[in-house]
Design a protein around this ligand. Sequence first.
Ligand code: AMP
Length: 396
Amino acid sequence: MFNKMTLRDLELREKRVLLRVDFNVPLNSNLQITNDKRMRETLPTIQYLIEQNAKIIIVSHLGRPGGKIVPEFSLKPVAEHLRELLKKPIILANDVAGSETYKYVRTMKPGDIVMMENVRFDAREEENDAEFAKELAGVADVYCNDAFGTMHRAHASTCKVADYLPSCIGFLVERELQVLGGALDNPKRPFVVIIGGAKIKDKITLISRLIDVADVVLIGGAMAYTFLRAQGFNMGRSIVEKDKVQLARLLLEKAKTQGVKVVLPIDHVVAGEFSFSAESVTSSTKKFPRAGIGMDIGPASIRLFKYYISKAKTVFWNGPLGVAEFQKFAKGTNEVAKALADAKAFTIVGGGDSAKCIEQLKLQDKINHISTGGGAALQLLESGSLPGLDCIANKN
Ligand code: AMP
């Protein structure tokens, strides 16, 4: 499906490699990293570059400093952590492709690593500015993008820079493309897709696209209520996107025409108010209380969803099945996460809230692929490409 240049396609020996990574890791108030998954997943690429005797110049963003130097978004804790992970010195320049970066790069030896400061300290980054991209490119001989989580953004360091250097993707991006692209191209069947979350409007293209490739689509979360409304059910005071009911009806018709089964919740955990401590009852779709608010899928729906997951050969999951931030209403989401962990299928989790849930339940080792990029994974599945990927050279 993708024919992009990879690290293996370029001569890297003693070359200066500008490596764009996504080290946008969560930090606590003491600026300590609370989850280093994105860093650990980039290690194979960095290690390969070290083995190839390349000189590695790392570029990343962290948070949203808004184009200004904001000390709490410095990459200092990230550089320190990378030092521990690699057991190797890492030099952090205090600028972005400025005089200090150039000074350190000039004296680099093969296998050395220099990291620039947060690339979003320069406002030109998010403007995809050509001059800034040239400054970034000026420090290196080769550009490698391994920042999957940022590939849906056309920024100077994820896109424009590839105009000025031979370019390739890193191993993390290669794996994401293999798994997500493979799910679209040639999934083992039955292919079961589980979509949750709040708004149909955000995922409409995704759902439509997945109906084209999946055998069964399980829909939970608030967006299920708009689909149920489209089937004529009263959903009380649950979130229903009234202006999307017709669209939901069309999607259900499309699925029917294509022989794809769309499974909606048959029962619900219903509360009288939207609150973490609200009292709740279980109610079937047919007898949904007029004043009730749907907060989670009910026990019969959990069993039904689990049944389809157990029969699947490939499963893709994105989005919580209920208000999972409230512990009382997280059961549907957690049970689906556990069902994925127990499934015999090849399991793919599309980043974001679903990935967080898997990590909270410590099930990450039981899932085949957890995408490092929520937004990027969904955009790739929706449109079949990403701006940061389109910029990379194709293989000849
Ligand atoms: P998304 O970003 O589209 O994946 O949506 C995630 C959000 O959907 C979470 O904040 C959930 O609380 C919310 N959500 C899921 N189910 C419901 C529901 N039944 N009512 C309200 N919000 C929900």
